[in-house]
Design a protein around this ligand. Structure first.
Ligand code: BJ8
Length: 423
């Protein structure tokens, strides 16, 4: 890896502690990813991006800052990146998926908080993540209780802006969310000094739809009998989608898909014939949380779809591009970012259950694993409906609760192994 120490120091990071993370990541990545056989060549780009995760992209953000540009970080797929791009800023995901940051979060938060929230706060307060140093604005949302209260603590150290996502989807909730998106546009205009125009917002919608379509194209290969790419690789690509340059990312995913077209024609699969096809549903898997995919695929299963925010929920539905005026475009964003995402923070949320049943059919899943991050009460509770609907539909389902540690790896291995065998 190139030497980025000067940049990290310049960002006010705790470089010594950060070195420990830099030492651990290559080993973990090698064990989980580089050990796979017959990976597509198009994965080289994504391998490189991860190998230099705290180098290449942060350096680009530093360059953007030097030119007077702004960086906006967010934690939830309800926050519309189109607004950020239209204002000439760079959007980056901030959700953290490593145990490395959890103890730092626990200094501020109750232990009984989900690891995603704890790691996100730890990354900021420990000063061990460049993205958390580079964001000029941190955008939180009112989805789950844990996040809502955590933003108040984060606000003591970072410039926060909160979006008030409704918890129902009635007409007045759409009106409220529309207003909130308008408020977000104003905040971004203030931050960047750039106006969000009809042209810039339309271009941003088209740009980010391009990213979604590329990810959907990639996902479609997983519907084939002979699946040409592992679930682990697709997860990695989806995680990278949250912080890579969107135009470059889209062209690299499409390039990989061209290679997969060839594999599909030749019937090449990365899985042995008869590998059990698994759909994962539940809480997001932020980088570098590869635990479940690694377990399933090491045990001979094939992860073919994720009904998750680091999966289908992020890219399956595009923003309609037919809006011409700013108001029309805000309407389209409202429809997509409220009506098109079925997070467990909504009540009722039967659309998510419908999605899971549909996706299980489309991707011909032999079984579903309902994954819950420890202490995520809303997804855990919604598991009641998810698991009942799957059982009623005759689709085997396994519910698992886990965190970012490896303490439960053996127990999960036994349970997932038994589940795969029973399919
Ligand atoms: S749209 S899933 S990204 S809120 S896992 S922090 S819900 S306690 S991340 Fe999420 Fe937006 Fe919903 Fe998706 Fe809370 Fe649960 Fe933790 Fe969660």
């Amino acid at each position: 890896m190139a030497d980025y120490r000067a940049m990290w120091e310049g960002l006010g990071m705790d470089v010594k502690t950060h070195d420990l993370l830099c030492e651990a990541l290559p080993q973990a990545f090698g064990d989980v990813y580089l050990s796979q056989e017959n990976r597509p060549e198009g994965m080289d780009y994504f391998n490189m991006v991860v190998a230099e995760i705290h180098g290449i992209r942060p350096m680009e953000l530093v360059e953007h800052h030097k030119k007077g540009g702004r960086v906006v970080g967010s934690f939830c797929i309800h926050v519309p990146d189109e607004v950020v791009v239209a204002a000439g800023a760079i959007a980056t995901g901030l959700c953290s998926g490593s145990q490395f940051w959890v103890p730092g979060g626990e200094k501020k938060l109750p232990t009984a908080t989900c690891p995603l929230i704890k790691a996100s706060l730890g990354a900021r307060f420990d000063r061990t993540c460049p993205f958390f140093r580079l964001a000029d604005l941190f955008v939180g949302e009112t989805t789950c209780d844990g996040k809502k209260k955590a933003w108040e603590i984060l606000a003591e150290d970072a410039p926060m802006y909160i979006m008030d996502i409704p918890q129902m989807k009635r007409e007045r909730d759409y009106a409220h969310w529309r207003d909130d998106i308008r408020g977000y546009i104003r905040r971004l205009e203030e931050l960047t000094g750039n106006g969000v125009t009809e042209g810039s917002l339309h271009d941003a919608i088209v740009l980010l739809n391009g990213k979604r379509r590329a990810l959907q194209r990639l996902s479609d290969f997983r519907k084939l009998d002979a699946v040409p790419i592992s679930g682990k690789d697709v997860l990695l690509i989806t995680q990278i989608a949250f912080y890579d340059d969107p135009g470059r990312f889209t062209s690299m995913v499409n390039k990989l898909c061209d290679e997969l077209d060839q594999r599909a024609r030749e019937g090449v699969s990365v899985f042995p014939k008869g590998a059990k096809r698994i759909l994962l549903t539940g809480t997001p898997l932020s980088i570098p949380n590869w635990k479940l995919h690694h377990l399933v695929e090491s045990l001979g299963g094939a992860v073919v779809c994720e009904e998750m925010c680091t999966g289908i929920r992020y890219y399956e539905r595009c923003v309609d591009e037919d809006g011409r005026t700013l108001d029309e475009m805000v309407d389209r964003l409202t429809e997509r970012y409220l009506g098109g995402i079925h997070c467990a923070c909504f009540t009722p949320n039967s659309e998510r259950v419908d999605d899971i049943l549909r996706l299980a059919r489309e991707y011909r899943a032999d079984g579903v694993i309902d994954v819950n991050l420890k202490f995520c009460n809303i997804y855990d509770t919604e598991g009641y409906f998810v698991e009942r609907a799957l059982k009623d539909a005759g689709i085997p389902v396994l519910g698992v609760e886990t965190d970012y540690t490896d303490q439960d790896a053996e127990q999960l291995k036994t349970r997932i192994g038994a589940f795969l065998e029973m399919l």
